[in-house]
Design a protein around this ligand. Structure first.
Ligand code: NAD
Length: 475
């Protein structure tokens, strides 16, 4: 089946008249053909968005909210169909795909509630003046997203800007675009006006780059790698438009001596196996007090031994990686770990599987000076590094250029809050990793994990610009 772009409320073929394959990572089978987007398609989409932007910005917040709420309801209603589509396209286990649909719906629900409530403030000033602020939409928001959570990330980058009166041109990743196209169809059917949401599929250099560099966009939201993030930020700088960058991570679990391992072990495992470790916020660096090191490693290995690996639709604990190149990259990191002196432990290999599978891997006694301590592997791999003192734990946690998420495991309430203050990360979890879908909580990075915040109310500040109005009211 050939999938068209969604531009100006219409399903249109690519100007290039070319298509590319999208495959199922669990089996290698071709799932569909996607429109091969290039600069002229991007041009059409940005023009369509501009035409729609004035009316959408002027629309009553109540009505914008009602439309978003209808999209949320449809996502919930179509949970199973969308979960199967997402699992086939990304390889992720079906229950993870189901959770992704629920979170996507929740973004529309959450931001629908804000559409008629997000406004400015009044400011006390000296003299006979009334001073107040207005929060106004930016206009056309260009969104470029990765393949790991297309529906979730697509939903958050559509629902928030739309709620406060912006319009969107979205370029999903070439590896996994199907759920984003399904979301566009739901938007069309639930009354999102033509041109308010536009989707152009295609490769990064041919569709993503012209979108990022387009002089008529008013904001850029990029989720993806550090390398491409640099290019996108340069394009934004050149056009003087604001940019939100959600880049990678190398997020630590800090396991102190008093930790409750009965609770911690399964949550730590889930944090680096979810989506086969292809998660920006994967908890992939385990820092453990030396007194609990042997016990923790033993318990993690025991847990990982029983992990079920398989095709996404069979709903295993661990599915395949997205592509052969991603599998090769992860295997090269495992070899590097051996060369760098880490003790490599591997779970069971899947039998007779044709997808891009890698078993769970633990790299023990990883040195702070090694590459694998610092670089994002993006596979089902975690490193373990022991520490002696609280001070050392904080130094190790902050030793990478990234700063997305961290978890602190301790029974000492003072220690938990003391350490949370010292971590250079955008989110800290105490005795947990995640809290629901995270829709309500501001999310984003310190350092090379990026800047700007998505999710929660905080995202709405990034999708609006502030105008101050001062009125002389007479003596
Ligand atoms: P990627 O940077 O290769 O691709 C992301 C998107 O950018 C894709 O849509 C791609 O087509 C596009 N792109 C590629 N080259 C481009 C260019 N020159 N100009 C404009 N767009 C271009 O990333 P990926 O491999 O798809 O995803 C993995 C990375 O994403 C990891 O580093 C991961 O940590 C990060 N990520 C971050 C978050 C977050 O919220 N912080 C979430 C998910 C993934």
């Amino acid at each position: 089946m050939n999938h068209h772009h969604y531009i100006g409320g219409q399903w249109v073929p690519p100007v290039s008249n070319q298509w590319f394959e999208t495959t199922n990572p669990s089996t290698g089978e071709v799932l569909a053909h996607l429109a091969w987007g290039t600069a002229p398609d991007v041009e059409r989409a940005v023009q369509a968005a501009h035409r729609a932007s004035v009316q959408w910005a002027a629309e009553d917040g109540i009505e914008r909210g009602r439309i978003l709420a209808r999209v949320a309801k449809r996502l919930v209603k179509e949970k199973e169909r969308l979960a199967v589509l997402e699992s086939e396209d990304t390889g992720k286990p079906l229950s993870q795909a189901r959770a992704d649909v629920v979170v996507a719906a929740r973004y529309f629900e959450f931001y629908s509630g804000w559409a008629d409530k997000f406004g400015g403030t009044t400011i006390p000033v000296p003299g006979p003046f009334l001073d107040y602020t207005l929060r106004e939409p930016l206009g056309v928001v260009a969104v470029i997203i990765p393949w790991n959570y297309p529906l979730q990330i697509g939903a958050r980058a559509v629902a928030a800007p739309l709620a406060v009166g912006n319009v969107v041109v979205l370029k999903p990743a070439e590896e996994a675009s199907l759920s984003v196209l399904a979301l566009a169809k739901i938007c069309q059917e639930e009354g999102v006006p033509a041109g308010v949401v536009n989707v152009v599929t295609g490769y990064g250099d041919q569709a993503g780059a012209p979108l990022a560099a387009h002089p008529a966009i008013n904001h850029l939201t990029f989720t993806g790698s550090l390398e491409v993030g640099r290019k996108v930020a340069a394009a934004a700088a050149s056009n003087i438009v604001p940019v939100t960058l959600e880049l990678g991570g190398k997020s630590p679990h800090i396991v102190f001596a008093s930790s409750n391992l009965d609770r911690a072990v399964s949550i730590i495992v889930k944090s680096f196996l979810q989506n086969a470790g292809q998660t920006c916020s994967a908890g992939s660096r385990i820092l453990v007090h030396e007194s609990r090191h042997d016990e923790l490693v033993q318990r993690l290995q025991q847990y990982l031994q029983d992990i079920k690996i398989g095709q996404g639709l069979t709903d295993p604990d661990l599915g395949p990686l997205i592509s052969m190149s991603q599998k090769t990259r992860v295997e090269e990191y495992i070899q590097l770990a051996e060369q760098e002196g880490a003790a490599v432990w591997m779970g069971r290999q899947p039998h007779g599987a044709s997808g891009y599978f890698v078993p769970p891997v633990l790299l023990d006694r990883v040195n702070v000076n090694s590459r694998i301590f610092h670089e994002e592997i993006f596979g089902p791999v975690a490193s373990v590094t022991p520490f002696a003192e609280e001070f050392d734990a904080v130094q190790l946690a902050n030793a990478t250029d990234y700063g997305l998420v961290a978890a602190i495991w301790t029974d000492d309430v003072g220690q938990a809050h003391r350490v949370a203050r010292q971590l250079r990360t955008g989110q800290v979890f105490i005795n947990s990793y995640g809290a629901g879908g995270g829709v309500e909580m501001p999310f984003g990075g310190y350092g090379h994990s990026g800047f700007g915040r998505e999710k929660g109310t905080e995202a709405l500040y990034h999708y609006t610009q502030l105008k101050n109005v001062a009125v002389y009211i007479g003596e």
